[in-house]
Design a protein around this ligand. Sequence first.
Ligand SMILES: Cc1ncc(COP(=O)(O)O)c(C=O)c1O
Length: 507
Amino acid sequence: MPSENSTDGRSSRTSALDMSPAEFREAGHELIEQIADFFESLPERPLTLAETPAQVGELIGTGGLPSQGIPASELLREIGPLLFDHSLHNGHPGFLGYISSSAAPLGALADLLAASVNSNLAKWELSPMASEIESQTIRWIAELIGYPDDCGGIMVSGGNAANFLGFVAARKAIIPWDIRKDGLYADPRQLTAYVSRETHTWIDKAADVCGIGAAAVRWIDTDDHQKINMNALREQVEIDRRNGHLPFLVVGTAGTVSTGAIDPLREIAAFCQEQQLWMHVDGAYGGPAAALPETPDALQALTLADSVALDPHKWLYSPIEAACVLTRNPQALPDALSFRPPYYEFDDESASGIDYYEHGMQNTRGFRALKVWLGLRQAGRDGYCKMIREDIGLAQRLFQLTEAHAELETRTVNLSIVTFRYVPTGIRGAADAVAAYLNDLNKALLADIKKSGTIFLSNAIVDGDYLLRACFVNFRTTNSDVDAIPQIIVDTGRRLDETMRPLELAT
Ligand SMILES: Cc1ncc(COP(=O)(O)O)c(C=O)c1O
C-alpha cells in the first residue's frame, strides 16, 4: 500500500524520488546558477587535470549502494562541482582533439526539458509533439545539406549508430532474396562492402554484427590525398564479381576521421549507379559543411547518396548524443527494420504520424531531436554557415602558422582538420632511424600536451608518420587560441627532444 497524503480532497502518494514543486524550483534554480558559472569560467579552467582513475575514483568513494536516500538539492550541490572540476572539457576553447564539439548551452536546457516531459518516441501516439519535431528536424538537416527533404531518416545516438543503419538499409535494398527472413544462409555468395582505408571503424562493427564478417569489408587504397582510389575500387568490385561474391555497398566518406579528406562522391555515385550498388556517405563529421555555398563539389555530391549519416553532436554543436541517418527512399529504413508487434495498435493509421520504432533499432526512444531542432532555430542556416566557415578559417590559420615555423612540418588541411608534426632542428642520421624517432618524439609530445590542461589535440597516422591533429568544431576557439599553439608545441618538443634524442641522431 503506498503511503499517501490528502490535501484539498485529492490524495497524493509520497515517493522517495518525487520532488515538491517548491523543492524542484529551488534545486533547479541553484543548478542553473552553477551551470551558468561553469560556462562562464570555461576558458579560465584547466581543460583537464589529467588525474588517474584512482584519484577520480577516490572522490566518489568505494562504498556500496546506499540504503538511505539523500535530498535532491544536497546531491546536486555535491555532483555539480565534482563534474565541473574533474571532467575533461570539450567545451574549452583549447579542445581540438578528436571530433567533439563545444556543445550549445541551449542544448543543455533542451535535454532538461526533454527529460522533464519524458516523451517516448517509439510511437507517434506516445509522443505527438516530439515526433513531429523529430520529423521536422530530419527534414531541416536534409535541407541544410541540400539532400532531398522528402527523404526518410531517424535520430540516433552517434555516428556509429547512424552509419550502421545505412549499412542495414543497403543490405535489405540490394540483396535479391529475403535477407530479413532467411538471413545469410539462403545464398552461398559472400556479401562484400567497399570502403577506403581511411574509413572509420564503424564498418568493421557493422559487418561483424550483421553476420557478414569483417573480412567482407574491402579496404580500398587511397590516393596521395587520403581519398578512395576509384580505379582500385572498380578493380576490386570486378574481381569480387568474377569470384562469385555479391557486392552490395560502397561507402564514401565526407570528412575522414583522421585528416578530413572527402572521397570523390560524384564519381562514387556514378559508379554505384552503373553497378547497381548502394551508395552510403559517412558524413558524420563533414556533412554539415555541405551547407556552405563555397563547399567543394565532391562534398556537395553527398546529395546523390542513397543514405547519409550525420552527427549533430559534432559539427552542429549539439550536446552528446545526437546523430541522424537520412535515406533517399523514405521507406528504406522501415523496409529494413520494421517488425510490428501485437501489443501496438495499428487500427487508425491515418490518425498517426511516423512511428519511429519501425525506422531504427530502438523501441523506447528519447527526444534527442529537441536539442538539434532548437539549435537549428537558434542559429538558423546563416548562423551555422558562419560558425562552420569560421572553424574552417581557424584550421587554415593554424596551417599557415605551422607552415611558417621552421620546426613544424605541416602535412594536411581539409575542412577543419590540420595535421602536422614537430621536427627538431639539427636531426640527422639514417632515414629509418630518423622516421622512427620523429614518431616516438611526436607521440611523447602529444601525451605531454594532452596533460597540460591548456590545449588538447589528437593524432593521425599518414603514410606511417605519427602526426599531431587539430580539429576545429568548437565555437569557443578564437584566433588568439590558435596563434598560441605553435609555440606551445615547439616549447614542449624542444624540452622532450633534449632528453629523448638518441646520440646517433644528434648533430
Ligand atoms: C567520419 C566518422 N564516422 C563515424 C564516426 C563515429 O561517430 P560517433 O563517435 O558519434 O559514433 C566518427 C567519429 O569521429 C567519424 O569521424
